[in-house]
Design a protein around this ligand. Structure first.
Ligand SMILES: [Zn+2]
Length: 117
C-alpha cells in the first residue's frame, strides 16, 4: 500500500492511500504515538508525553518510500512514522471515533421507543 497524498489541515494530518482510503489523525494522537528515541525513553519510564492543547503539525516530510517525518508546533521533529504504522494508527483512531457515538444511540432508542408506543 502506498500513500497518494498527504494533507495538513489545521491540527490534522490526512493520508490518502492508493486503495482510495483516507487516514485522518490529529496532531495530538500522532505526537503521543511518536516512536523517536526520546519518546520511547519516556514510555519506558512510563511518563506520558506532554501534548500542548493547540498542537499542530507544521510539516510532513516524506522519508523515501519508508514513511514520513513530522514536525510539530511544539518543536518536536524527530519522529518518523512508517506508512504501515500510520495506517495502524488511523484504524485505531477511527475505532475510537466511532465508539462514543452517543447521538446515534439516542436516536436509535428514541425511534425504537416511538415504534413501541
Ligand atoms: Zn518523539
Amino acid at each position: 500500500m502506498t500513500p497518494q497524498a498527504l494533507t495538513l489541515a489545521q491540527n490534522r494530518l490526512e493520508v490518502s492511500w492508493s486503495d482510495g482510503s483516507v487516514v485522518s489523525l490529529t496532531a495530538a494522537a500522532l505526537r503521543r504515538s511518536c516512536r523517536c528515541g526520546d519518546c520511547r525513553a519516556l514510555a519506558a519510564r512510563r511518563e506520558p508525553v506532554q501534548v500542548a492543547p493547540a498542537l499542530a503539525v507544521l510539516d510532513a516530510r516524506p522519508v523515501g518510500a519508508y514513511g514520513v517525518q513530522l514536525e510539530f508546533s511544539d518543536g518536536h521533529d524527530r519522529g518518523i512514522y512508517p506508512w504501515p504504522y500510520l495506517r495502524e494508527l488511523g484504524r485505531a483512531a477511527a475505532a475510537e471515533d466511532y465508539q462514543p457515538a452517543g447521538s446515534v444511540c439516542t436516536r436509535c432508542s428514541a425511534s425504537s421507543s416511538s415504534m413501541a408506543a
